[in-house]
Design a protein around this ligand. Structure first.
Ligand code: NAD
Ligand code: MN
Length: 347
């Protein structure tokens, strides 16, 4: 089996509880799936690290990621809401240094056996990851950058994922699918108000489909960010809108604790739960590990290990569907470890 070297960057708060859970799941993948041999490297980063050492992303972490790792899993950082001299977010720096230009966020509900009448949600949000808002320090003014280059490559990622996702969906029972035929990409913008920036975003993403017959198989539609309809397949959005939409969508599926993401570039992938460091529950063994575990699945999916990714997704879905072993954010009373064990058993 191929050796995969994965950098583990738990960083702050519940990142230190959920990343080890994800590591356990990767290690426990069944061998009959041609499981890769994992080599994990533990790496430092985060606000706590900054407070001790004066940097939130040590040079060594970046060097090891670039030179030794096939991919990485990041936990969460506790970014202070006030300006701290010398501090900048390590995950933002990683996205930049590794050119992880798209943040891929599947938001999927699993209807528990107890509640089969609920409407299923299964959206893939592609968030542009390199530009958008940059704030000035002394005045309440923000510059917004939208370029044709960044918009197009993010748009291409969305159309590619729309094609690929249908394949993965073959394994989802028909009655649980939202899209039974052609995949669809929805371009989110607000070009009725922000015609210069959002207009460029919209035109750039549109041109990706219009200039490539490969994407004839994918429908395209547009949506203003503040009037999102019910039915989505793949949604592609500028950085800021993508963040807000996906945190909102997380509420629809029950909890931020179940929504994963992958920061994807052309040469590297960093899996990362959408949630933050959750200081209110850190250290209490209450954190939902599902977002981190699904992020490990996304990491494998984007490195090319589709079977392994699918077995992680299915194990998580089984545990959620049964609904007996859940952390408090989903209404249960189980611990991080108990949920992890249930997922391991289901693998
Ligand atoms: P948060 O995601 O940390 O927490 C929001 C709420 O959701 C909290 O009530 C928390 O308990 C709950 N929650 C989050 N993840 C959970 C999980 N896995 N299981 C159970 N409950 C969970 O967001 P916040 O409170 O706005 O921010 C806290 C810190 O995290 C801040 O310092 C913020 O800057 C940082 N943050 C980091 C990232 C990141 O690393 N990418 C993202 C968002 C926020
Ligand atoms: Mn967010």
């Amino acid at each position: 089996a191929k050796k995969l070297t994965i950098g583990l960057i738990p960083a702050d708060g519940i990142g230190r509880e959920v990343i080890p859970a994800a590591q356990q799941v990767l290690e426990a993948l069944p061998t009959e799936l041609d499981k890769p041999r994992f080599n994990f490297i533990h790496l430092d980063a985060g606000f706590e690290y900054f407070q001790k050492h004066g940097t939130a992303l040590p040079e060594k972490t970046l060097e090891i990621l670039k030179n030794e790792c096939d991919g990485a899993l990041f936990g969460a950082v506790s970014s202070p809401s006030h300006k701290v001299a010398g501090y900048s977010s390590p995950i933002v720096a990683l996205r930049k240094h590794l050119d992880l230009y798209a943040n891929v966020r599947p938001v999927k509900s699993v209807i528990s056996d107890k509640d089969i009448n609920q409407k299923p949600i299964d959206i893939l949000i592609i968030r542009e990851n390199t530009e958008c808002l940059a704030t000035g320090l002394k005045i309440a003014w923000a510059d917004r950058k939208i370029s044709e280059y960044a918009s197009k490559r993010c748009g291409k990622m969305a159309f590619e994922m729309a094609l690929g996702r249908n394949g993965i969906r073959q394994n989802i029972p028909m009655n649980q699918r939202i899209w039974k035929s052609k995949p669809k990409v929805t371009i989110v913008h607000k070009s009725n108000v922000l015609s210069i920036t959002d207009g460029l975003w919209r035109e750039s993403v549109r041109s990706v489909k219009e200039n490539n017959h490969k994407y004839d198989e994918v429908d395209m539609e547009e949506q203003l960010v503040d009037s999102m309809p019910q039915a989505f397949d793949v949604v592609v959005a500028p950085n800021l809108y993508g963040d807000i939409i996906s945190d909102g969508a997380a509420a629809l599926v029950g909890s931020l604790g179940v929504v994963p993401s992958a920061n994807v570039g052309d040469t590297f992938v960093v899996g990362e739960p959408v949630h933050g460091s959750a200081p209110d529950i850190a250290g209490q063994n209450k954190a939902n590990p599902i977002a981190a575990i699904r992020s490990a699945g996304l990491l494998l999916e984007h490195i090319g290990y589709h079977k392994q990714a699918l077995s992680i997704y299915n194990a998580v879905d089984n545990v959620m569907r049964e609904g007996n072993v859940l952390t408090p954010d989903l209404g249960g009373s189980s611990t991080t470890q108990q949920v992890t064990q249930a997922i391991l058993k289901s693998l």
